[in-house]
Design a protein around this ligand. Structure first.
Ligand SMILES: [Zn+2]
Length: 274
């Protein structure tokens, strides 16, 4: 029997399986249950919560996404009442008026089928729960800023999965809603002051290919006397990225023009020599 049989996939799968189990057990030890009373149906349920300081920050992206190691707090950001289907990002969960409660009962609870959520959540479940929360926000016609943050968080989850197409789709919708919130809501918006919100709008424009529009928002932050130097520095960094990318694009443009010129001359040349 050849050696390969022992050293090939089955072996590494087995190891990955063990690592996966070990990871899950470790994460389980970092979680606890928090008793919550659902404002819609009044039943009590256990929300999974992460013990303080059990995660580590690895990196912050320029649109405020935080990359964590050990355990990912975003996975546990949405609370879902399994009895009635009411879901929201945990900070919003308890803020619900009677009118919205009735709408959720009528439009969500009546169609809800209880789900058996596992003890440890993964990224796909996180996306599913964020989408459920978004459905609730749309059902009660929640403020644009709430939808915006929910869209943004889904985009971040797709970024973690390296699913660029979905990431872009959700970034675009986050941008639309932050734009709406900027013009129609009072500051702070999702905890951000006016200039931080402007920076984020500019940055989401940059990330979704609207670089020229992005520069307009960035310039407004830079010329304001009220914006903090911290946010101005962040703007400068992103503006430099746009300049580089626009330069690259115009270089590409010049190059392709030169190539087509060459082709044309070559074409002419060929004609004369036929
Ligand atoms: Zn409920």
């Amino acid at each position: 029997m050849s050696k390969e049989i022992f050293s090939q996939p089955e072996n590494s799968d087995y190891k990955n399986g063990l690592n996966g189990l070990w990871e899950k057990d470790k994460q389980k030890s970092l979680l606890y249950n928090k008793k919550i009373i659902c404002p819609v149906c009044n039943s009590s349920f256990n929300a999974r919560a992460i013990k303080k300081s059990s995660y580590r920050i690895i990196k912050r992206d320029s649109d405020f996404f935080i990359r964590y190691s050990i355990i990912n707090p975003y996975f546990y950001d949405v609370w879902v009442c399994d009895s009635c289907g009411y879901a929201a990002i945990k900070n919003d969960f308890e803020h619900l008026n009677d009118y919205d409660t009735d709408i959720i009962k009528e439009k969500i609870s009546s169609k809800w089928h209880s789900k058996n959520y596992p003890e440890v959540y993964d990224i796909d479940l996180a996306i599913q729960r964020y989408k459920l929360s978004l459905l609730n926000y749309y059902t009660i016609d929640a403020r644009a800023s709430k939808k915006a943050m929910n869209f943004l968080k889904i985009a971040w989850m797709y970024r973690l999965k390296e699913d660029t197409k979905n990431e872009m789709n959700f970034l675009i919708q986050a941008l639309d809603n932050f734009n709406d919130a900027y013009y129609n809501e009072d500051f702070p918006i999702c905890g951000m002051d006016r200039f931080t919100t402007m920076y984020l709008i500019g940055e989401l424009m940059r990330r979704t290919g609207k670089e020229e529009d992005s520069l307009i928002w960035f310039s407004q932050v830079l010329t304001s006397t009220m914006a903090s130097s911290k946010i101005k520095n962040m703007v400068r960094d992103q503006k430099d990225l746009i300049k580089d990318s626009l330069n690259d694009k115009s270089l590409d443009g010049e190059q392709s023009q030169n190539i087509s010129k060459e082709n044309k001359t070559h074409g002419l040349f060929m004609k004369f020599h036929k």
